[in-house]
Design a protein around this ligand. Structure first.
Ligand SMILES: Cc1ncc(COP(=O)(O)O)c(C=O)c1O
Length: 386
């Protein structure tokens, strides 16, 4: 039986040659030729005017919080079921996170709750397209527009996903992408800020370059560069952009492989899942998901934990995902209470992510499926009775 890791960072084979070229060209700091190539590819893939590479999705979200001028006491609506960076980037600026529960089907921010969470202090709504399956963007954008509140999309999982035919990451005024090694396209650690509202472009460039107009200086638009705003250093080395460039160039191949693996999981597990009361990911008909992750929702947390342990005994590494943020140590400091987000609290304990990586072999995937089929539900029931 093969050992099956949860993730295996894919390498196309061109990364090293591109990195060597960056070194030979003596430009390894940020915004070199490979960064420009990545910007152009991402802009073309998404059909947007501006993308800026960042050192992570977390940093792209920090840039978004700076661009929206989030101030202490401002409220930011966020899903309770997400990665900590979705809100930490805003909390860092003094924002108060307002936790929204998620839908039981897509595990995305429940748009039906939005109106009652919006107050005069709401300064942003941050949505996460979990597993790259879109949030209900039509009602979300309608509510946001009605109240004049900007929407930021944390699209860490959703590059190439679509909602009603439109790319995820192109709905909010700003969106973030992740190129962490667990993502479909990666450079170890990396990210991008997608700028859909051109009013933010000039300032984004400055904030990303330590609060200076250095980018304008490099383009020959000013004769020296100087301190013009607050800022930090959010641009990655061109070595990382060179790595990412190879990945983005191979996007069709990568997506094809991942889609096949995702579809096979769905086809091979649907009968078993129905019989055992296990839910597979819900993808509404108007959404296209980018095969980033495949999860199961088990009937109970005990089932989920026992299944992870059962697979681990077979050297198969399946993992849980987010803990409810409103019940975390920090979340409770922001008023998080048990029962506040019941769907988040329920799914978080029952969710398990299956191994899914671009280079996954048929034998590895078959081992995962066989491992699931051989999970002994009866002994679990006996355990529970004891
Ligand atoms: C929804 C979400 N947002 C943000 C991040 C952070 O991404 P990064 O590691 O690129 O900062 C993650 C991490 O996986 C995530 O799942």
């Amino acid at each position: 039986m093969p050992k099956v890791p949860f993730n295996w960072p894919y390498v196309t084979g061109h990364e090293f040659a591109y990195m060597q070229r960056a070194i030979a060209d003596l430009h390894v700091s940020g915004d070199g030729q490979f960064t420009r190539k990545c910007h152009a590819m991402l802009e073309e893939m998404l059909g947007v005017p501006r993308v800026l590479l960042t050192t992570s999705c977390t940093h792209a979200l920090e840039l978004a919080a700076l661009l929206l001028d989030i101030q202490p006491g401002d409220e930011v609506i966020v899903p309770a079921f997400t990665f900590v960076s979705t809100l930490n980037a805003f909390v860092l600026r003094g924002a108060w996170p307002v936790f929204a529960d998620v839908r039981p089907d897509t595990l995305n921010l429940d748009e039906a709750l939005l109106e009652r969470l919006i107050t005069p202090r709401t300064k942003a709504i941050v949505v996460v397209h979990y597993a790259g399956v879109a949030c209900e963007m039509t009602p979300i954008m309608d509510a946001a527009q009605r109240h004049g509140i900007p929407v930021v999309e944390d699209n860490a999982h959703g590059l190439l996903g679509k909602y009603k035919g439109k790319n995820l990451g192109t709905f909010g005024c700003l969106a973030s992408q992740s190129f962490h090694e667990t993502k479909n396209f990666h450079c170890g650690e990396g990210g991008a800020l997608v700028i859909n509202d051109s009013g933010y472009y000039q300032r984004a460039e400055i904030l990303r370059e330590k609060g200076t107009n250095r980018s304008r200086f490099f383009r020959g638009e000013v004769d020296k560069y100087t301190w013009v705003d607050v800022g930090s250093s959010y641009l990655p080395s061109d070595l990382l952009a060179a790595f990412l460039c190879a990945q983005l160039e191979a996007r069709e191949f990568i997506q094809d492989r991942r889609r096949r693996i995702w579809d096979l999981y769905r086809a091979q597990l649907s009968g078993w899942a129905k019989e055992k009361g296990v839910a597979l990911p819900t993808v509404p008909a108007h959404c296209e998901q980018p095969a980033h992750l495949f999860y199961l929702l088990l009937p109970t947390e005990a089932d989920r934990d026992a299944l992870i342990a059962h697979l681990k005994k077979r050297d198969i590494y399946a993992v849980f995902h987010y803990q409810p943020l409103h019940l975390s140590e920090m979340g409770r400091k922001f008023g998080g209470l048990e029962g506040q987000c019941p769907v988040t609290e329920s799914v978080s304990g029952r969710l398990v992510r299956l191994p899914l990586y671009t280079a996954m072999t048929e034998a590895e995937q078959s081992a995962v499926v066989a491992g699931l089929m051989e999970f002994d539900w009866k002994s679990l029931a006996a355990d529970k009775r004891r």
